[in-house]
Design a protein around this ligand. Structure first.
Ligand SMILES: [Cu+2]
Length: 474
């Protein structure tokens, strides 16, 4: 069993920089622009106005230690975590890049208000223990518009209990990993479902590859994979087929691995046993039942091997096949519990009785199909194979703006031709459950893909289908 080193690398400095904002935001170590003390008030005002400040409401006080620029957008601040070298009086310039009015409000009531596209400034005194700030427009703090300014070697003041109680989604996760601007960009996982494998006997080699992976912009984890991707490859066969998996653990691996196909009927202590680095093993199974199935590594602690990326989807079609549709996709929901930058994910976090994942993702990477939507034709018939790989959080799979007319979940079927014309809005998937859903997107536009457990939508569980050109108005 591997010894875990996750928390050892976290320094006191990192703890002071704990990110309280939601998962998609980056934690930025901010260096303020320091205005020399000798500058005159006029020069100081000019400095504060560069490059975008329009109405720096300079107070009567004489000099500040510097100017901090904070950008507002819907719904957050950029950066949300700032650090200054020393306590004292600072000018805060709010640059509103959003389309709504926003403000920045400090606990003593100091405030700068900026209309959309405008800027405003306020002076505040930052004590040694730091300051919190929010946007006081109703609902904006709860939606994520809050942040902290800490002083080097000081302690970040935590949001008040009252402030946290306002957040109907529950407290935002504390991401203790500082985003690395030099991290490699993430690799987009192709969401297209593969076509049915030809023939009835399938020889598949799967290597357990341990490698670094960018799981969100700037966040790299040392993941364990099947075949070099998270999730592993989608395997698609039909009832009656024989699948021969040759599992290989490269000699360069650090730990043993194994594989457990939920689509198989085999003894746990036979095919599913672990193999050491440098070993290989044949796992043969016959597809007896149709469905969307999970496969995963079961090596102890299995929780960590799954949390660290070792899972994938098996689609078993009925022997007679599935009816043809226009487009097919495969989406695997899962959680990331971050370890230190570049290290393994945190087993300690994953093992919490009430799991609080840093990210909940579709196909391994936070928000990847929001960044680049999945394009389909308007009115096309869409089939999505969905799996919740967990390891621990339930999914409520939902596509905003449509209704599933067909759902086959764990052997239960809602069919399009049902006499009452019933439909489905969300499919509940406990960890290791899978479903097939079918639907159409009736007009050009964008249709968000979410888990309707909405506290996770801000933590990476957001994608988009783009029907047609994505514009419903032309
Ligand atoms: Cu493993």
């Amino acid at each position: 069993m591997i010894r875990h080193r996750h928390m050892l690398g976290i320094t006191a400095l990192l703890l002071a920089l704990v990110l309280s904002a939601c998962g998609s935001k980056q934690n930025v170590l901010y260096q303020p622009t320091v205005t020399p003390r000798a500058q005159t008030q006029v020069e100081s005002a000019q400095a504060a106005s560069q490059p975008t400040t329009q109405s720096a409401a300079q107070s009567a006080s004489t000099e500040t230690l510097g100017t901090l620029e904070i950008r507002a957008f819907e719904m957050g601040f950029k950066p949300a975590q700032l650090e200054v070298d020393q306590p004292g009086r600072y000018t805060i310039t709010l640059i509103n890049e959003g389309v709504l009015p926003h403000d920045i409000t400090f606990p003593d009531g100091s405030q700068a208000v900026a209309e959309a596209g405008k800027s405003a400034s306020v002076e505040v005194t930052i004590p040694a223990e730091g300051l919190t700030f929010i946007c006081s427009v109703p609902g904006h703090e709860a939606a994520g518009m809050k942040g902290t300014i800490s002083v080097k070697s000081g302690t970040v003041q935590q949001p008040t209990e009252e402030a946290q109680a306002d957040d109907h989604g529950g407290p935002a996760p504390q991401i203790d990993v500082v985003a690395d601007p030099n991290a490699p960009p993430y690799q987009r996982y192709d969401p297209s479902a593969p076509s049915l494998a030809e023939g009835s006997v399938h020889e598949i080699t799967l290597e357990t590859i341990e490698m670094p992976m960018t799981v969100a912009p700037g966040v790299v984890q040392q993941v364990w994979t099947f075949g070099g991707t998270v999730p592993g490859p989608v395997i698609r066969v039909k009832v009656g087929d024989t699948v021969r998996i040759r599992l290989k653990n490269p000699s360069t691996s650090q730990v043993p691995h194994s594989i457990d196909f939920h689509s198989s009927l085999v003894a746990w202590n036979d095919e599913m046993t672990s193999i050491n680095p440098g070993e290989e093993k044949l796992y043969e199974w016959k597809a007896e039942y149709a469905g969307v199935w999970m496969y995963h590594c079961g090596t102890a602690p299995a929780l960590h091997h799954i949390a660290n990326g070792m899972y994938g989807m098996v689609i078993v079609e009925p022997a007679e096949g599935l009816p043809p549709v226009d487009k097919e996709f495969a989406l695997v929901q899962s959680e990331w519990y971050l370890g230190p930058q570049g290290d393994l994910t945190s087993l300690e976090k994953a093992a919490a009785a009430a799991p609080a994942p840093d990210y909940v993702v579709f196909n391994g990477v936070a928000n990847q199909y929001k960044d680049e939507p999945i394009v389909v034709g308007t009115g096309e018939r869409i089939r999505v194979f969905v799996l919740n790989a967990g390891p621990s959080v339930d999914s409520s799979f939902h596509v905003v703006g449509t209704i599933f007319d067909t759902v086959i979940k764990e052997g239960y079927a809602l069919t399009r031709e049902n006499p009452g014309r019933y439909g489905s809005q969300a499919v509940d998937l406990a960890p290791a459950q899978g479903a097939i859903v079918e639907f159409e997107l009736v007009e050009d536009g964008l249709y968000p893909i979410v888990t309707h457990a909405f506290n996770y939508v801000g933590r990476g569980a957001l994608g988009l289908f783009q029907a047609g050109d994505g514009d419903p108005h032309k």
